[in-house]
Design a protein around this ligand. Structure first.
Ligand code: NI
Length: 200
């Protein structure tokens, strides 16, 4: 992300004083040790999460990319592209051997370009983590966005960030009139397809 997760996700300026994790919006994350103690745990979670995100991205249309959160605000396309870019930007920031330049490219006008770039970023991210970091490396600490994080925390934040923006996208997609796929349970249309009433 261009200016770190707190600036992108919480609307805070990076110039704001960092007086604690609660102010960065990261305090709700589980402790890193409880999340990933092995690279394989991350890989399984990463694959499941990114498959869900891919379902959402595949439901985008070219026209929907310009759907704004508020008039003149961040668009669905920009959020999607930020999500794609972070998959290489954050790992690169953490010292992993990935090319972060996708985060710097303009937002595509075609939805299929978002999807294909995401797929490449997923492969690049997973391969970098798997090949460059060992289980023992996860407890090691590195500088991230003006703070000190363990590598396990980097991976946990990467996943939380993905789910956060994916949730934003599904709301905007409804507002754009798109059919939204179920990611963590069936979507409205999927309950209907099963002949069941929409569950709360
Ligand atoms: Ni963000």
């Amino acid at each position: 992300m261009e200016s770190g997760p707190s600036a992108e996700c919480c609307g805070e300026s990076q110039a704001a004083p960092a007086v604690g994790r609660a102010e960065t919006g990261m305090a709700i994350l589980p402790t890193e040790a409880a999340v990933y103690t092995t690279i394989d745990q991350f890989r399984r979670d990463f694959r499941e999460t990114t498959e869900g995100t891919l379902k959402v991205l595949r439901a985008l249309t070219d026209e929907s990319l310009s759907q704004a959160v508020v008039p003149g605000g961040r668009t669905l396309g920009r959020i999607a592209w930020h999500l794609v870019g972070t998959l290489t930007e954050m790992p690169a920031h953490a010292g992993l051997p990935v090319d972060p330049s996708v985060a710097e490219a303009p937002v595509p006008t075609r939805a299929d370009e978002v999807v294909s770039t995401y797929q490449r970023a997923v492969v690049a991210c997973e391969q970098a983590v798997v090949h460059a970091w060992s289980d023992a490396d996860l407890l090691g600490e590195i500088g991230m966005y003006g703070e000190t994080w363990s590598r396990a925390r980097v991976l946990a934040v990467l996943m939380a960030h993905e789910v956060h923006h994916r949730g934003q996208m599904t709301v905007l997609m409804r507002q754009a009139g798109l059919r939204v796929p179920g990611v963590m349970g069936p979507a409205e249309e999927e309950w209907a397809a099963m002949g069941m009433p929409v569950q709360p």
